[in-house]
Design a protein around this ligand. Sequence first.
Ligand code: ADP
Ligand SMILES: N[C@@H](CCOP(=O)(O)O)C(=O)O
Length: 317
Amino acid sequence: MAVYTHLGAEELARLIAEYDVGQLVSAKGIAEGVSNSNWLVETTQGRFILTMYERRIDTGDLPFFLGLLDHLAERDCPVPATIHDRSGGIYRLIDGKAVALIEFLPGVSPNAPTPAQARAVGAALAEVHLAAREFPLDRTDGLAPRNTLAILERCSSALASIDADLPRALEKGREVVAAWPDDLPRSVIHSDLFPDNVLMLGEQVTGMIDFYFACNGSMAYDLAVTHAAWCFDKRGERFDPAIGQALVEGYCDVRPLGDAERAALPLLAQGACLRFVASRAEDWLDTPADALVTRKDPMDFVRRWDFYVENGARVFA
Ligand SMILES: Nc1ncnc2c1ncn2[C@@H]1O[C@H](COP(=O)(O)OP(=O)(O)O)[C@@H](O)[C@H]1O
Ligand SMILES: N[C@@H](CCOP(=O)(O)O)C(=O)O
């Protein structure tokens, strides 16, 4: 589920009237997603996504996230542009909560991606990296390896309650942080490009969404995050080499990797695993077992991490 707040018909109509998008026809809550409330809004002029920012997102970051969407959309990247209100505002407040109206993009998120889809996603990610280089705003990565290791360390006494094998991630995390390269080419990165954040029609990427972890960071690290997210089954037990190869080739067709970036990929992929192990462990411990939101298992990324330690050099050769 992901509609945390009820918005009445009159309130919705008043909100939509603040935009030059015609009259409200319907608004349906969207079940997918976990962080924000989302509605599919139909007006006399078309379809839109209305997002209410519920948790995790600092309103002070919205000019960065929403401005980035506009910057990328203007440069023909497949991301939704934001709809500005009549006074040019990029977001509005309802009862103290920020809401934004965003272009609706067609497509569905692939459940079992094919190599051709992975190639298209690699290319689209590289296009975003190139286009985002001139984006004028900055946002620090709060989930860079040092920070995610600190999260894991804060959770250390409870990690074994999630899984007896989880505490060993701490030592592995310290090794990753100690070896982390800080001098790779940078841009603004998505840093959470899982299949559920990509909309596709066949082999075409029609939408990259959910830029709410976007920040300044190393482009090769973003590719490594995407690799970890796309190339395994859900539990991280089975790696699909054809998907991995297509993703990296698709990326390099648009933005070839430098030697240092390619050499760093095995470690960057481990850093990606550290990031999701830590955020999932923290969320797991913060979320009651009977909550409506399904908790994501950090062990899915411990298994990927083990895979990269053993096979990273071969996979990214
Ligand atoms: N611009 C968009 N166009 C079409 N559908 C969208 C768009 N943005 C979000 N969605 C739909 O809403 C769902 C949840 O959005 P998402 O941003 O991933 O939410 P959350 O931040 O809560 O994870 C997506 O899975 C997708 O179905
Ligand atoms: N992709 C992350 C969780 C972030 O959730 P999102 O719904 O905001 O994409 C994970 O799998 O741990």
